[in-house]
Design a protein. Structure first.
Ligand SMILES: [Ca+2]
Ligand SMILES: [Ca+2]
Length: 161
């Protein structure tokens, strides 16, 4: 391959990488609801702990849902901006790791007050489901308690300054 071709390929790769980063940045700043900004990570899948750490490294925090209106806003993101097909999962920071059956948002410490559980959830399946994700169960989307070591997409949030 000639030197010109190598340069051309490098240029194309760099351009695509930059546009990907730019589009991610746009997604991050265009998702705003009331007093929060959101970063939607629909490409990388991580377990609950790594998702939590990833958000911290961005200077953000793993998603909390404060009320039904915010739930509906996030649900709309799942339906319109990412391919949240049946079987898809996305982490929130909700967990009952501290006390089985009592769920709190790990990111803020406040209790989970909204009730958006899918039917028969939370079921603490296999006695080992302690982290709340959005789950598309055959077309119906809602909360499910899932094993924290499972991998899923996630959303980071940050208060608007
Ligand atoms: Ca549990
Ligand atoms: Ca479950």
């Amino acid at each position: 391959m000639s030197r010109i071709c190598v340069v051309l390929v490098l240029f194309i790769v760099c351009t695509q990488a930059l546009s990907l980063a730019e589009s991610r940045h746009k997604r991050q700043v265009t998702n705003q609801f009331r007093n929060k900004n959101y970063y939607v990570e629909s490409l990388i899948k991580a377990n609950f702990y790594n998702a939590f750490l990833f958000c911290q490294r961005l200077g953000m925090r793993l998603l909390t849902i404060d009320n039904n209106e915010e739930y509906d806003y996030i649900l709309n993101i799942l339906r319109t901006q990412i391919q949240f097909k049946p079987g898809s999962k996305l982490w929130t920071s909700g967990t009952d790791l501290a006390q089985e059956g009592t769920f709190h948002w790990m990111s803020t410490g406040f209790p989970v007050l909204i009730n958006k559980w899918l039917p028969k959830q939370p079921d603490n399946g296999s006695g080992n489901e302690n982290c709340i994700c959005f789950w598309n169960n055959r077309g119906t989307i809602g909360f499910n308690d899932e094993q924290c070591t499972d991998v899923a997409n996630f959303i980071c949030e940050s208060p608007k300054l």
